[in-house]
Design a protein around this ligand. Structure first.
Ligand SMILES: *Cc1c(COP(=O)(O)O)cnc(C)c1O
Length: 365
């Protein structure tokens, strides 16, 4: 096998799904977040597998992501977290359920449903409990109830999003978010006929705040194998492995330079290996100059100089290797979270950034 490949291990996905399920009450539903190509992996492959495991809901950011799932045969309900008014027709055509988070959006969607003579269209009301990104406030409750009744909408769920569930130092803030959401959802529920699902937790909410599980949880990063904390990472298995091969090896004499803008100058003789992976593949320039690294034959090889568009070069002076040898950028043993951290970012950014041109291979025993 040659070239750069992202291998997606569906058995690890099963393991993570079951682990996260074991953390919630059996009655609590699980929504799998598969936005951004299932966190940079393979949205259809991941969603098809999760559907076979019995996941209750999917979450995507935009309508088009939901359409792609529907077109590949996914029948599970899909919540669209950030719908755009220009796309309401797509939502409805593919039975996608919008998150409705503002007075403006609710008004636009209610009018759209009235025009299209849609009855009981499912929507999800999003509450701003402190992230200050998207969501209604408490004072919007009378407006929400009026619009929902006027346009015959069906509130399938009430939800909110935690700002700092992975950060123990922010426990008081998170507890306040949970309390605010309880008040908001309680106030709305007391005036509703149907009994909506309630949800507030992302992966770290599931792991750190059992009191915030409500009747559904939404998990993204955990399914892909990261728990935002070393102790949780132990129980999860990274789903994606990024591997490549050494294209060429160069001997650089003392005083010689390497790469664009002579980003690396050798003080002593250095052996470098060129790898078919660059910033256009998702390994950004911030990984250059020794911050990032790969593994070759079990040894760590730091990146030398600037990361190029299609390639990067690593130091293999002390590594026994040859052209054509396998290079591991991240896998189950060499965590993407550690690599991301070394360059000052987080696993989310590294894994979601792997470009579409990197070949995806799904594996399952
Ligand atoms: C992306 C997202 C999630 C998933 O969060 P993880 O930390 O990956 O589990 C959950 N809820 C909302 C609203 C999101 O935008």
């Amino acid at each position: 096998m040659s070239g750069t490949v992202l291998t997606i291990n569906l058995d690890n996905l099963t393991h993570n799904y079951e682990y996260l399920r074991s953390k919630i009450n059996p009655k609590v539903k699980l929504l799998a977040v598969v936005k951004a190509v299932a966190y940079g992996s393979d949205a259809i492959g991941i969603a098809t597998h999760l559907e076979s495991l019995g996941v209750d809901y999917f979450g995507v950011a935009y309508a088009e992501e939901g359409v792609a799932l529907r077109e590949s045969g996914i029948g599970t309900p899909i919540l669209v977290l950030h719908p755009q008014p220009s796309n309401f027709n797509l939502l409805v055509k593919h039975k996608l359920e919008p998150s409705i988070y503002s007075v403006r959006l609710l008004n636009l969607f209610a009018n759209f449903c009235l025009e299209q003579q849609l009855e009981n269209y499912p929507i999800h009301i999003k509450y701003n409990s402190g992230l200050n990104r998207l969501g209604f406030s408490d004072t919007d409750i009378p407006f929400i109830l009026d619009e929902v009744e006027g346009a015959n909408l069906l509130i399938k769920s009430l939800f909110s999003h935690l700002a700092a569930s992975e950060d123990v130092k922010e426990r008081a803030f998170t507890m306040q978010q949970i309390k605010s959401f309880k008040q908001f959802s309680g106030a709305l529920q007391s005036q509703m006929i149907n009994d909506p699902i309630t949800h507030q937790s992302n992966t770290s909410g599931i792991l750190n705040y059992p009191e915030a599980h409500f009747s559904m949880v939404r998990t993204g990063i955990g399914l892909y194998g990261f728990g935002n904390e070393a102790i949780y990472d132990e129980n999860l298995k990274p789903v994606a492995s990024l591997t490549s091969v050494i294209s060429q090896i160069h001997e650089i004499p003392a005083g010689g330079s390497l790469g664009y803008n002579r980003g690396f100058i050798a003080d002593t003789p250095v052996q470098s290996a060129t790898i078919a992976l660059g910033h256009a593949d998702g390994i950004g320039r911030m990984y250059g100059h020794g911050k990032g690294f790969v593994y070759i034959n079990g040894q760590k090889a730091p990146i030398l100089g600037n990361v190029c568009m299609d390639m990067l070069m690593v130091n293999v002076t002390h590594i026994d290797c040859k052209e054509g040898d396998e290079v591991i950028i991240f896998n189950e043993t060499y965590s993407a979270a550690s690599l991301a951290e070394a360059a000052g970012t987080i696993s989310y950014e590294l894994i979601t950034g792997i470009a579409p041109r990197v070949k995806r291979i799904l594996t399952q025993k």
